[in-house]
Design a protein around this ligand. Structure first.
Ligand code: FE
Length: 145
């Protein structure tokens, strides 16, 4: 096997034990990604981020969203009209808390990202409402290096 430092295989699943995740993630990242928590609205570092670049999974580094798909939803969490690649995320019916919602998780590591709602702007009409704690951001100029 060659050891190329290229983009990891998007189809390869990433698994860690619970203690490994606790070591790898901050307490807030762990609470959101591994315990399906929700950060308080308007508190996330990336909610108001308008820079050009890429949003990756804070758990495994998978590319999840592009800045061109981000919009100001006013809901208090980073919001996107479409994922970078439909294979990068999984969607699950979520009937907790007496609501019918669709949960969004990272296809690679299974980390909880947020929910997708059918009230977004054109062209998709979707709002991927994603916890800032589940994401890391890379500026486009840094990503090109
Ligand atoms: Fe992930």
């Amino acid at each position: 096997m060659s050891n190329t430092p290229s983009q990891p295989d998007a189809s390869a699943k990433i698994t860690h034990t619970d203690s490994e995740w606790r070591e790898k993630l901050s307490p807030e990242q762990y609470r959101v990604l591994r315990e399906k928590g929700t950060e308080r609205p308007f508190t996330g570092a990336l909610t108001e981020n308008h820079e050009t670049g890429n949003y990756h999974c804070a758990g495994c580094g998978a590319l999840l969203f592009l800045s061109g798909a981000k919009f100001d939803s006013g809901c208090g969490w980073p919001s996107f009209v479409i994922p970078a690649d439909s294979r990068a995320i999984d969607e699950h019916e979520d009937n907790t808390f007496g609501m019918r919602r669709v949960e969004v998780t990272c296809a690679r590591c299974g980390g909880h990202l947020g929910h997708v709602f059918p009230d977004g702007p054109r062209p998709t009409g979707l709002r991927y409402c994603i916890n800032s704690a589940s994401l890391t951001f890379t500026h486009e100029k840094d990503a090109e290096k």
